[in-house]
Design a binder for this molecule. Structure first.
Ligand SMILES: Nc1ncnc2c1ncn2[C@@H]1O[C@H](COP(=O)(O)OP(=O)(O)OP(=O)(O)O)[C@@H](O)[C@H]1O
Ligand SMILES: [Mg+2]
Length: 376
């Protein structure tokens, strides 16, 4: 069952009546059986979106469809959703089994069937042997899996997860996110996974939706969004180490960083910003070839790769960081190195709109003149 979100908007009115547009005209389709990662910095409207899908918050505007049904005004219980919050919110005085059974209490599920279902979801999340323990006798990861089992026991059509891993340590986070992916695949349940952690979203999601200040920036397969970011915000938000940004200028169709032309583009002369992914440099032998030069400041070995901190010699941009194969010889601290910039790893951003110029139509890059308001 697809979830379709149309013009969804939530405006909170503050005490002093200032408006917060937490979610602003959101249009997304969540395909049936997929796991969608809703991603963005703190305060961008992820939880608000999720709670509107759940029915815990009512939208100011817009509609939510589950399949063909408009559920915008439907109460949470009638939506067939399972919800998992950041803090597991288990009942401490109840056993694991009682916690998982709890959502079935008000439904008239016969006892034998309820127990069977509880055991089945507990086995699915791999806590089937812990049914008689109390939550305090479990690790954080196990508690979170109880919360997921409790969300699944009603056999919902939709699973909504709000930062479900943020209370776990690094190793458990990794393990539990793989677990969530496996459970999602096995059950085929349509899932929305909210996180501010880009790496988490990239690794677990069939598609990601990147939000900023209540507005969707881009939706797509993680690799496609990473490779083709529509604007500077998306480019900077995805990837570790982060993308390197340089002030640059287009002169006669050449993209100049300092004195060096690193690419050719069909745009008029103007100032731009260039983003180059850390893996976008190809070190070349010989002092005079290679479009881009830099001075090596620091080298770190990270397994297969070398991570290099460097500075462009004739450009005021701060140090930048990139990754090359550990086998590449001749890269030493203090040396000036030349590299080519891989065309599919560099992006040209419009100075004012911050859009990826090569993915934008001329109209999209037009700067709307702001009419300046004259003060009294
Ligand atoms: N009940 C409320 N009243 C007023 N403003 C609110 C309310 N709930 C949320 N907001 C505001 O709406 C915006 C979006 O909040 P939301 O909780 O959806 O962000 P988020 O993306 O989930 O952030 P985080 O990653 O920190 O959880 C924020 O600016 C927040 O301050
Ligand atoms: Mg939140």
């Amino acid at each position: 069952m697809d979830i379709k979100i149309v013009h969804l908007t939530k405006v909170f009115a503050d005490k002093d009546q200032a408006e917060v547009r937490a979610v602003d005209d959101l249009d997304i389709v969540i395909p049936s059986g997929k796991l969608i990662g809703l991603l963005g910095p703190s305060g961008c409207g992820k939880s608000t979106t999720l709670y509107m899908i759940a029915g815990l918050l009512s939208p100011t505007d817009g509609q939510i469809y589950f399949g063909d049904d408009d559920v915008t005004k439907l109460s949470p219980e009638k939506r067939g959703i399972g919800l998992v919050f950041q803090n597991y919110a288990l009942y401490p005085h109840m056993t694991v089994k009682q916690n998982i059974l709890f959502p079935l209490q008000n439904l008239k599920v016969p006892k034998v069937e309820a127990l069977e279902r509880a055991q089945k979801v507990a086995d699915l999340v791999d806590i089937g042997s812990l049914m008689d323990r109390k939550p305090r006798q479990l690790s954080g990861g196990q508690q979170q899996r109880v919360a997921i089992a409790r969300a699944l026991v009603k056999e919902p059509d939709v699973l909504l997860l709000d930062e479900p891993l943020s209370n776990l340590d690094a190793r458990l986070r990794l393990q539990t996110r793989e677990e969530i992916k496996r459970i999602q695949r096995e059950t085929g349940i349509t899932t929305v996974f909210v996180t501010h952690d880009q790496e988490e979203a990239m690794s677990i999601s069939d598609e990601i939706v990147v939000m900023k200040l209540g507005v969707v920036q881009q939706q797509g397969k993680p690799q496609d969004v990473y490779n083709n970011p529509v604007n500077k915000f998306v480019a900077k938000f995805l990837g570790t180490p982060p993308i390197n940004m340089f002030n640059a200028e287009i002169v006669d169709g050449k993209v100049m960083i300092g004195e060096e032309a690193i690419a050719e583009v069909p745009f008029e002369n103007q100032e731009v910003e260039v983003g180059i992914r850390p893996e976008g440099f190809e070190v070349v032998d010989g002092a005079d070839s290679g479009a881009f030069s830099f001075v090596v400041e620091q080298i770190e070995f990270i397994g297969r790769d070398k991570s290099i901190v460097a500075r462009h010699p004739n450009c005021q941009t701060a140090s930048f960081r990139f990754i090359i194969d550990a086998d590449i010889q001749g890269v030493e601290v203090g040396k000036t190195i030349r590299a080519n910039v891989k065309p599919n790893k560099r992006y040209i951003f419009h100075k004012v709109t911050e859009k990826n110029m090569e993915l934008s139509s001329p109209e999209e890059l037009e700067v709307v003149e702001q009419v300046e308001e004259l003060g009294e």
